[in-house]
Ligand binder design. Structure first.
Ligand code: SER
Length: 604
């Protein structure tokens, strides 16, 4: 079969399902306003969650219960390997199809098999090379025998049974809240040249076996709370997802996603901007080319959703990526970063057929140029600081963390500048100091977006109230309650937490009563520092999404840490005694997304 272009592969996927009675729908945006706990959409099924749960009706909203699309996705958990790994990206497209209470597992497997193998309208792959993986069963759910049979009936015999860690899919990981179930993934055996010469028993980490399609997540269950018990759903839904980049790699017979036509035009354009003859095979240059191509692509898609570089949330991811591109251009590729914007038309051309919203070149250019200017200042400051402090006085930057703190630059930039000045650097305690620094400022940086650096008295009282509220909610509703977000201004606090139902009037009164009772007890509020493991042992609440350093700051509310009513990892500040708070009123309780409730509270 002739090589298919990525456009043709995308089209064949969409058309195949359309010809099988699925309706083509559009990708959701990357940033969803009603989904505060998700920075970016990271898989195709996100927009369909309420339909799997039976909370919304797909026929009413989409005109069909069988759907297909290609979803724009961004994943930030792989940020450190992007550019080095062949198959991980920040931005990627997930080709997906859905049968919402519409058909069986057998039918799903048959559809997947036909699309993968048919030469005329599908991908013409040899089924002899397929190794589907299937859920082997766990304490919670039985092995997926139906799916094994379905593959066998189609003549595919090399089915591999794998545990939940590999073949159980849930949003946000194994025990994540939401619709979930066993899944079947298709691995494609590319032969020994892609892996170890010897047969390696492990399937999932062996590059020889390329995972090309999560050909069916069978949404049979819902997990209503983090780590809670599974509940059977009334209907079976099928959710499939295939990374377009990866399947293109296989079908174009190349070794890495960066060699496909989804990346090569961008990489070629970057190469053409260099005044030198860059050697694409040099590891450092290759890394710079690949990471820049990836990050620029992702940045364009983020910018057209009106996100601008900043120091928080999506804006921070964008800033970090753009600054890395500048670093890569400057140090690895030796191209003047001013030329970065010349890549924009290539990215727009590549994607505008499928995602017309990307065609906003002026906006993208302006945002990137503004960030280039802002970063130039940081680079100059850092360069001057290093010059002043170290060059001619020492052959070494003894304490790079001081440079970081004084200039707001990054470890990578300091490393690059050290090379420019031919200075040695000792980064041995950089990470430890950075962690501690982040830990101590965590309260203001992350959990309280307004920043508590210039905290007023009222805000401090509300901050302590937030801790009391968190604990009172857990006491009243259960231990599944977790903080999902928090925001304070001088008038009120807003607190988002995981819980599935509207709170009753009695529950609200009870929570309010507990808080006011604790205030009346005039409890001290005390900050202590301790090792992270000790802090965890003490039962202090922390946030699973956050990373902490080895030493953490804890606030407890009570006479001593053992008998304290509330204990939380936190950077402060807080009142010294609960009696300072006065009286608290809960003024509103509402839902703000699947499984997330929001409370507003004020001081009397
Ligand atoms: N939700 C599944 C995944 O992300 C299939 O679409 O892999």
């Amino acid at each position: 079969m002739e090589k298919l272009s990525s456009k043709e592969i995308r089209n064949r996927f969409l058309k195949f399902f359309e010809n099988n009675q699925h309706k083509i729908v559009t990708s959701s945006p990357l940033v969803l306003e009603n989904h505060p706990s998700l920075l970016f959409v990271n898989s195709g099924m996100v927009q369909f969650t309420p339909y799997f749960l039976g909370e919304k009706d797909a026929v009413k909203d989409f005109g069909n219960k069988m759907l297909v699309d290609t979803q724009k996705c961004i994943r930030t958990n792989d940020l450190d390997i992007v550019g080095k790994s062949k198959y991980h990206h920040t931005f990627f497209e997930m080709l997906g199809s859905w049968g919402i209470g519409a058909y069986s597992k057998e039918k799903a497997v048959e559809l997947a098999f036909n699309l993968l193998t048919n030469e005329e309208y599908g991908f013409g792959l040899d089924p002899g090379k397929f190794i589907p993986t299937v859920f082997a069963g766990s304490d919670e759910a039985p092995a997926d025998e139906d799916t094994i049979k379905a593959w066998n009936n189609l003549g595919v015999k090399r089915v591999s049974r794998l545990p939940a860690s590999e073949n159980w899919w849930a949003p946000g990981g194994l025990t994540g809240v939401g619709p979930c179930g066993p899944c079947t993934e298709v691995l494609y055996d590319r032969g020994p040249t892609f892996g170890d010469e010897e047969e390696t028993p492990g399937l999932t980490d062996n590059p020889r076996y390329l995972e090309i399609w999560n050909a069916g997540v069978f949404m049979q269950y819902n997990r209503p709370t983090v780590g809670g018990k599974l509940e059977k759903l009334k209907m079976l839904s099928v959710d499939t997802g295939a990374g377009l980049e990866r399947i293109t790699t296989l079908l174009q017979g190349v070794d890495s996603n960066y060699e496909t036509d989804l990346f090569s035009p961008i990489i070629e354009k970057i190469l053409s901007l260099s005044d030198l003859e860059l050697n694409k095979e040099d590891e450092n240059i290759k890394f710079g080319l690949q990471r820049s191509a990836d990050h620029l692509k992702a940045s364009c898609f983020i910018i057209v959703e009106n996100v601008y570089p900043s120091n928080k949330d999506q804006g921070f991811v964008l800033r970090r990526m753009l600054r890395r591109v500048v670093d890569d251009f400057t140090w690895k590729l030796k191209i003047n970063p001013i030329r970065i914007t010349q890549i924009i038309p290539v990215i727009v051309d590549l994607y505008k057929i499928q995602f017309p919203e990307i065609d906003q070149q002026d906006l993208i250019k302006e945002v990137i140029e503004t960030e280039l200017r802002a970063y130039e200042k940081v680079v100059n400051n850092t360069r001057n600081y290093i010059k002043r402090t170290y060059v001619s006085k020492s052959r070494e930057i003894e304490n790079p963390f001081d440079v970081y703190q004084s200039t707001g630059s990054s470890k990578e930039l300091i490393e690059d500048l050290a090379k420019e000045f031919n200075l040695k650097t000792d980064f041995s305690n950089f990470d430890a100091r950075l962690k501690k620094h982040q830990e101590l400022s965590k309260g203001s940086d992350q959990r309280f977006k307004g920043g508590l650096a210039n905290t007023g008295v009222e805000e401090t009282k509300l901050h302590t109230t937030t801790h009391l509220l968190h604990k009172a909610l857990r006491d009243t509703l259960g231990e599944h309650v977790q903080q999902m977000g928090s925001n304070i201004n001088p008038q009120r606090l807003r607190f988002d937490f995981s819980h599935n139902e509207k709170m009753t009037r009695d529950q609200i009164k009870k929570v309010e009563g507990i808080i006011n009772e604790k205030i009346k007890q005039t409890l001290p509020v005390v900050r202590v520092e301790m090792s992270k493991s000790e802090a965890e042992k003490s039962g202090a609440l922390h946030f699973f999404k956050d990373k902490y350093g080895d030493t953490v700051s804890i606030y407890f509310i009570g006479k001593d840490i053992n008998s304290a009513y509330s204990k939380e990892f936190c950077g402060g500040p807080h009142v010294k005694n609960t009696s300072e708070i006065g009286k608290v009123r809960l003024v509103k309780e509402e839902g703000v997304g699947k499984g997330v409730r929001r409370i507003r509270a004020e001081l009397n």
